[in-house]
Design a protein around this ligand. Structure first.
Ligand code: SAH
Length: 213
């Protein structure tokens, strides 16, 4: 599926009108073709600002929410970023344009394999993918400058807080899975953690253990 320049212009306009105003984030979102990450029945809707179904009963997030979360992370080019919830790989691809290295984890092996193939097909070489329960983080590579969680937990998982560098930022949705959740930003300083509430969102739940596929 290929899309014309006018469709992509409209997509960027929609992002701006929903508050994605950071120039670096917009450039990264212009560089990553969402159609490469939405496969199958919904491929023709890749440039609409809506979440879409992907394999394993999961969803690729709404582009404006991806943009707002990425913007809230305030990524620096030298940063090492951990993403929990690879899903389609779309969000990780955007992070890869802004950070030095991205580690992304999903509990479904099948999603991780498909995302890895998409990164290779698009010449993205600074993403490391793995299959695991991401709520435990990734001790071997900790601490991280930035952590992004794209599935909702009731509270920020302790291991992720512990693996955030002092001065680091974590963005995540918190709340019950079937209710409206809050997107929060956690900033770690020498003296502790500071929490800001950003907006209401709705994500699939952060589940324990590995998926079946
Ligand atoms: N960031 C994705 C959207 C993710 S949807 C994208 O850009 O497409 C949320 C993902 O979180 C799902 O793929 C789900 O399998 C994953 N997930 C849920 N709980 C998890 C856990 N404990 N560890 C790792 N991944 C998890």
């Amino acid at each position: 599926m290929t899309f014309d320049a006018a469709t992509k212009m409209q997509f960027l306009y929609a992002l701006r009108s929903k508050g994605v105003t950071d120039a670096r984030v917009l450039t990264a979102m212009e560089q990553v073709d969402r159609a490469e990450y939405v496969k199958g029945t919904f491929a023709d809707r890749a440039y609409e600002d809506m979440p879409l179904p992907i394999a394993c009963g999961q969803t690729i997030s709404q582009p404006s929410v991806v943009g707002l979360m990425t913007q809230a992370l305030q990524i620096n080019p030298r940063d090492k970023v951990l993403e929990i919830g690879t899903g389609s790989g779309y969000q990780a691809a955007i992070l890869s344009k802004l950070a030095r290295r991205v580690y992304t984890v999903d509990r479904y092996r099948r999603l991780v394999h498909a995302a890895r193939a998409a990164f290779e097909a698009n010449d993205i070489t600074n993403i490391t993918t793995f299959t695991a329960d991401g709520s435990r983080g990734f001790e071997e590579q900790a601490p991280f400058d930035r952590i992004l969680v794209t599935a909702a937990a009731e509270d920020p998982p302790g291991p992720l807080l512990a693996q955030l560098r002092v001065g680091g930022i974590m963005v995540l949705p918190v709340g019950q899975s079937d209710a409206v959740q809050s997107l929060i930003r956690v900033t770690r300083s020498e003296s502790g953690f500071e929490y800001d509430e950003l907006r209401a969102v709705r994500f699939v739940p952060l589940l324990e253990g590995l998926g079946q596929e």
